[in-house]
Design a protein around this ligand. Structure first.
Ligand code: NAD
Ligand code: TYD
Length: 348
């Protein structure tokens, strides 16, 4: 029986990955390690919290003794590592927190995994979930491939790039079997409303301004979170040791076009007159060091592992909006706490 440690499983992407693994693989034991920062929320997993193959462990990946102790106790044979500080704007105000969690935390996990299995790597795997932001920014053309040089620009992407390098270094130095994937911007249910799409959905519901950074002409590739979880499942089971897989939606949008589409769908869902939500669009001061464009060449995972997105952006966005409208209490509980302080500071 496989014993898989999934880190950051109470967060946005992690909760979708935990749910998929718990439901799809009843023969695996899934351990979700999360210290429940502002972004971690066990409400994301109430549907599977009592499953017999699921255990929640509350703990911090930067605490060496604790991490060593759980590896010794549970003897995880695989790790799927998602725990991280994940928001670029927060990395600009508090870069050290990103270095601690994303770099040191990853190293602590790598070290405990190495100490446990260094003489017996057979059947073991460390899967590091990373971001396309490690590649830096593109101009008007071109795509990130697995061979693009790392060139991170924000403290967030620099910390993720560093963690990717350490994973690779443990593979080369200690023979640790690993895979890495670098994915584009995710959207979907359970995303914390600091990221563009859930923030704007919530603001539209409450008739609040939609703060568009700079001229709004920044471009991102967007992927529905369930499709990312499907890709993680494939890479975990079928990915080749020491390989990197780029994951993306073949779905580039300039921010302002995406926001217009979101406003249109929100007007329809809320029964508001066409054009109502778009009136909330407000251009604000740009993010420092704002990367112009991310775009992913996901042909390797498509050709080698047969993965492709299951929904179009219009379908995924509609499902996402429906989820937020049907789960207003989830959002209300989040925005009634510390969130307000963050919001006022960020958008003062
Ligand atoms: P998230 O911020 O929603 O969740 C992160 C989770 O990690 C939270 O549950 C949090 O409590 C937990 N965590 C943070 N610090 C921890 C610590 N010290 N110890 C234990 N747990 C800790 O993030 P997300 O958007 O779900 O991203 C998950 C992973 O995927 C990250 O590694 C991120 O870099 C990567 N990624 C995200 C995106 C995206 O669009 N969101 C895209 C590509 C890659
Ligand atoms: P975000 O969701 O923070 O993801 P990332 O920075 O990791 O790509 O932002 C997506 C894009 O939306 C990015 O170009 C920044 C922009 N943005 C805004 O214009 N306003 C906002 O309030 C936020 C949060 C993001």
């Amino acid at each position: 029986m496989k014993k898989i440690l999934i880190t950051g499983g109470a967060g946005f992407i992690g909760s979708h990955v935990v749910r998929m693994f718990v439901n799809k693989y009843p023969e695996y034991q899934i351990y979700n390690l999360d210290n429940l920062t502002y972004a971690g929320n066990l409400e994301n997993l109430t549907d599977i919290e009592n499953a017999s193959n699921y255990t929640f462990l509350k703990g911090d990946i930067t605490e060496e003794e604790y991490i060593d102790s759980i590896f010794l106790k549970y003897k995880f044979d695989s790790v799927i590592h998602l725990a991280a500080e994940s928001h670029v704007d927060r990395s600009i105000t508090d870069p050290l927190a990103f270095a601690k969690t994303n770099i040191l935390g990853t190293m602590v996990l790598l070290n405990s995994f190495k100490n446990l299995w260094k003489n017996d790597w057979e059947g073991k795997r460390f899967y590091h979930v990373s971001t396309d932001e490690v590649y830096g920014t593109l101009g008007e053309t071109g795509l990130f491939t697995e061979n693009t040089s790392y060139d991170p620009n924000s403290p967030y992407s620099a910390s993720k790039a560093s963690s990717d390098h350490f994973v690779r270094a443990y593979g080369e130095t200690y023979g640790m079997p690993f895979v890495i994937s670098n994915c584009s911007n995710n959207y979907g249910a359970n995303q914390f409303p600091e990221k563009l799409i859930p923030l704007f959905i919530n603001n539209i519901i409450h008739n609040k301004a939609l703060p568009v950074y700079g001229d709004g002409k920044y471009t991102r590739d967007w992927l529905y979170v369930v499709d990312h979880a499907n890709a993680i499942d494939l890479v975990f089971h079928k990915g080749i040791d020491k390989e990197t897989y780029n994951i993306g939606g073949f779905n580039e949008w300039q921010n302002i076009d995406l926001i217009q589409l979101l406003c249109k769908q929100m007007d329809e869902k809320l029964g508001r007159k066409k054009g109502t939500s778009a009136q909330l669009i407000t251009y604000v001061k740009d993010r420092p060091g704002h990367d112009l464009r991310y775009a992913i060449d996901a042909s390797k995972i498509h050709k080698e592992l047969g993965w492709k997105p299951s929904v179009t952006f219009e379908q995924g966005l509609a499902k996402t909006i429906d989820w937020y409208l049907e789960n207003k209490e989830w959002m209300e509980r989040i925005v009634s706490g510390e969130y307000e302080k963050y919001y006022n500071k960020q958008y003062q």
